[in-house]
Design a protein around this ligand. Sequence first.
Ligand SMILES: [Zn+2]
Length: 1505
Amino acid sequence: MYRYELDLVNVAMRRNTIAHVDTGAGKTMIAVMIIKEVALSLEKQPFEKKLIIFLAPTRNLVQQHFNVVRENTGLMVEYYHGGKVTNMEGKKVDDWDAAVWEREINKNEVMVITHQILLDALRNGFMKFEMICLLIIDECHHAIASGNHPYASIMKEFYHKSVNKPRVFGMTATLETRKGVSSAGDCEAQMTALEIILDSLVYTTQNRTEVEHVKQSASLSYSFYEPCEVDHADLKLKLDCSRWKFEVQLLDMQLSLQRHYKDTDEKHGILRERLSDDHDKIIYCINELGLLCAYEAVKICIAEAPKAIEKCGFFEDSCSKCLHFLEEALSIIENALHNGHENIFELEMMVAAGYISPKLYQLFILFWSFGGAKEVSCIVFAKSVITAKVLDMILKGVADLSHFTASYLTCNATSVDAMPTKLQRETLESFRSGKVNLLFATGVFEEGIDMPKCSTVICFDIPKTQCSNVQPWRKARQTSSRFFIMLERDNVQQIEQVCDIIRSEHSINDNACVVKPSNFEETKSYHVEETKPHQMRALTDHVLPNNEDPTENISSKHTTEPPPGAGTTKRKELHGTTPIRALSGTWGDDGADLYAYKISFKCNLVDVKYSSFVLLLESKLDDDVASLEMELYLVSKYVNCKVSSCGKLHLNAEQAAKGKCFQELFFNGIFGKLYIGSIYSEEPRQFLPATDKKLWNSSYMYFLLPLESLDTFKISWEEIDSCVYAIEFVKKSSFSRAEKQSVDLIMTDSESTNMIHFANRSVHKDVDITNMVVLTIHTGKIYSVLEVLQDETAESPFDGDVKQFSSFKNYFKQKYEIDLVYPGQNMLLLKQAHKAHNLLVDFNGEGILHGKKIKGDTYKLNKDRQRYYARLPPELLIIIDARIDVVKSLYLLPSLMHRIESLMLASQLREEITGHMTDIHIPISLILEATTTLRCNESFSMERLELLGDSVIKYVVSCDLYLRHPNNDEGQLSSVRKWQVRNSTLYNLGIGCRLQGYIRDMAFDPTRWTAPGQLPLRSYPCDHGVETIEVPIDAKYHTEDIKILTGKCCDMGHRWLGSKTISDCVEALVGAYFVGGGLTAALHLMRWLGISCELDPSRVNEAIKVASLHAYTPKLDLLQSLESKLGYEFAVKGLLLEAITHPSNQDLGGGYCYQRLEFLGDSVLDLLITRHLFNKHSDIDPGEFTDLRSASVNNENFAYAAVRRNLHTYLQYCSGSLQTQIPDYIKFFATSSTDTNSLQTKKSPKALGDMVESIAGAMLLDTKLNLDEVWRIFELLLSPIVTPAKLELPPLRELIEFCDSKGYFVKDACRSNGNAVIAELRLQLEDALLTAEGTGTTKKVARAQAALNMLSQIEKRGTSRKNNGKENREEKINNINTKEKEKDITETKVSISDTSKTDIPVLESIKTQKGGPRASLYELCKKMQWPMPSLTSSEHKSKTPIEIGEGVDKRTGFNSFESRISLTIPDYSVIELTGKPRADKKSSFDSAALLILYELQKLGKLKIR
Ligand SMILES: [Zn+2]
């Protein structure tokens, strides 16, 4: 054994080591010695299973090592490689499962193994990495051969992430794994990369010269520090708020200054930047260095502030805002330090409390490791100036390190932090002379500056991979004897960063080689080559500062970006759910005064009956919750539910106790379980009401009790008593079954044969027991009786799934230990009460083009149905004397109560917002919509309101800014507006008002809903580590992990929400208030949220006054002509003049131009158009709504309108470019076709669109903010406003237009197939049903593709698909009056129980007013996809007055109209009818439509209620 090898083993036992050894048996022997040493140390802890893993890349090596290890150690050793069969199963290693692995692991102490096998075993979880205590890696250089070599994967995926890391010993004979690269530098890079990946250091000795050669600077080490665990999120939030506050103040001051100071913007811009810089510096220090350092950082910033303020001069007030922010930040951090742990002296404790970061602590440890020697000279490189300064300050306060004389050296010519050149030179001089022995520096020692000689260099931060950042490293490594790089433990990213740096460093070297091939020998020559451009400066021998890379400057962007995520979809946050206050009750068993609300149900099928219920609770419900009316959708019917208030009611103690019994029995019996525990679990099987389980909770207390009849309000106590009795009966019988049986046996045989014996009583055979409600005694389930099974008794052969029982009797005996008393009785066929389903959504409705598309899982329902039937002997059933209607109603209650509870929460929020204000009353349904996300799968969600709210906020903010800051230009106003309406601002407001708890983000899950008194079937215990219902605002409850699912609640109500959902909800609420209560309500809500906006009328008057001073008389003719074009006469002509004055004309005119009005008008049109689309298209989905809005609200569109209405001639401008642009555009406009599509290709002059916007702004002021009046004018001006059909891709648009003209309906259904979407279109013609499919990446494309197919089919059939002129052969009713038709459709309720054509649709009612019958018929045809009927009318003239019409419509006239209607029902027939004579054409159409509706009913094609 050589000396070298002994030394190596010693070192390897102390630290992770990479050894450079030759191939051959010798190297295995080194490994064997290490294995023996480690195995020896393992004997001290014999109870823990530990493994030694010996990795090799090839089979041969594995076998070779195995032999050596087996021969030279007494250990249990085995080898494994791909394809090897070693164990008794004879399976190949690749096919082993967990059990085989476990056996192998337990058997052996050393495993010699190929890398891939180990990696697979680890990845599959067959082997735990923590079990490994020594990892020997042969040919370890493979780890850097490529990023995904198994060696690298093992280290990255397991080693670096592991807490209990094994010792690593790597062996390599060469580092030249990559072809063609063999320079010394490259070797070094590879060596470093290898060191980092293996977390090991290369071992070198003096007598190994080739190793020496490879490592030029032998002193590089990595100093690992722990990741920081303290987050200070609260503190950071406070600082953010503070910065926010002062930024607003700055903005405000900026806006209040007179506009004629041209430099105002610039100055304020700089100040805001400075404020934000300071803030970022503080946050950076908190994150990287700890609280104490942040405190020092603030002090440093404050010390530098006065200089800046002096320079401000006139802007002193604004400047002082920056200082005020710093002062506030100082006190915030001071408080945090004081409120924390007062008596922390130990450094470890300071780390734990977050006062100093683990990274800084590690730096101290490094310092201590140098010992107390004075001759140390050390440079610490930091990335940012503030770090260097703060480290310098902090170090002076650490007593243990007083032997250091520290200073800092920073420079950045462009920054306020720049250190004067003279001072820099002095500092460097004192370091050289030894007066200073510790220097904190930023990347100042770049090319051209002499790096002072020093003994130690520490890289506190890893520089970015850029040559300018990397070079000081290399120089430092060349001039110093020790070089440390600080790395966060397990931070794979940082490790890769270092590898990248070394690689890039060497790629530079290699390039240098190429440039100057004669100089390949010495590394120094590369140095000269690279630094050439800087040599001129170096010649002066002055330490000239080189510009610090601006991106490395702490004050710039990259540290500003985090705290990112507020208000984005990427960030998810944990939030609680606000409890519903009104559901809590203080009453127990002692009776209570409760508010009563009657719930009645009415099914669309007349013969289906439901029992009425009463909801009893302690709080009074809001009026609109108390008068709720809604529909629940069952498989083939729907039920209308009505809630009505019935005043107060007193329950005495006995009644309250009985009520509880009813609820416990039915809700657990139907939706939960009445027996808990089982013989298999620890909890014994018990009858729930007999246990001491706490089923009632004062935060969730209400009663749902049945009423006696539909009409009267009388609680059905008899039925409730029957429940009490049933519970008592089970309690008794389960305790003493024998007693009960003897009672039953008293009956004589003759009586017995005529009776059906139930568990609690016997019923005569002639009594009709159908629909009787029963409770099974052995399973606690509730059934209703369907029929007596005449051929089956309990003695019949058991035919269930399990064949081991000879008969039913035998089954009950074995399974439940029940001896049947009357085994000869006929069994009963029973139907189990339904489990709860989500009845809130109509799953039967099929998607209709542009309608809501919801798919149901009817398949699942059918599958479930089988389980609902049972056959049981009567004696196992307890009769409950309750109507089947009660049980049926119970099925409806979970869905209904879910909606009521949602509404109660929404009403609670409404009360928070409006308090007891009476003048603002927003319908509760709107609040519910605004707090409901798409994920809830309801027929409504917040998106549409959100888009509207977005426009409202923008309008209000714009208007407020415009009025409050009359002297600021639109650029300034825009920047403030942008900042006020951005998502993160709205997010902060939402969180500030605790809106998050009110957001509904999960679909109704009936299996998780429980009634009071009901035990949940499943539980989701909280694993969030939050003990309160509300989750505190803390960064530890924020994540960007894509695997975290949003929506699902734990039992505490915590759930992950997308951060953006909160800002969306803020917008949606504003939208809801705007829809429900107009601008006044929206303003109230915005004030509640904390947006301070006043639309003060006196300011409007001021604005008008200013504009009225514009001299307009010379242009009066022009203005009047424009007014007549617009159809609006301005009271203040100056406003209109301003609105048409282009900035280029500003100086010629009165110093005004349209820009400010344009700023205002932009938001006005945005709001008006959005509102219009919102009201007009209630049935489109949010995505389409967004598309519609962006297609309508844009400058191009406005410019188009300007030209179409000839408004462009009025624009007052003085610009050469406009003089050519505008006529160009007009010319293009005139020559191109009227198709708006081709217009899009020509870019319009922006000025034209701007003018339209500013006219809107002017009109708003002139009407004193009357939005409706502005819309009256602009609706005409901008018409036609796009409709959904126009937005479709051309083929589908054409198809829809074709169908509209012919009166056909297209239905579409989309399904996804992997990444593709398949769209199916169905078009019913009079004589055929056409279908077409299309595939595409999006729904839109797929539909367009399908439409294309459909169009070609139509063409093949010879039907003209082009609409050549108006086909005037017949009039279709859908062409009659579009406006009227659309209005009525939304009001007419047509419900179709099933879309399959065999079922008969039901028409709720026919509106008899004008247009009503046509609308009903239209809706019916649309649903049934029947082609629209055609109508022809004829006019009859009479010389004598005739009486026409009936009732109110009755009148006399000389003309009358009669319409003939023809309706084709595909695959059925054509119905033709003539309506009654009417005074006008449209009424005669209605008459015909009405007749045909009744005719359809007669034919059985329609049901009219
Ligand atoms: Zn939780």
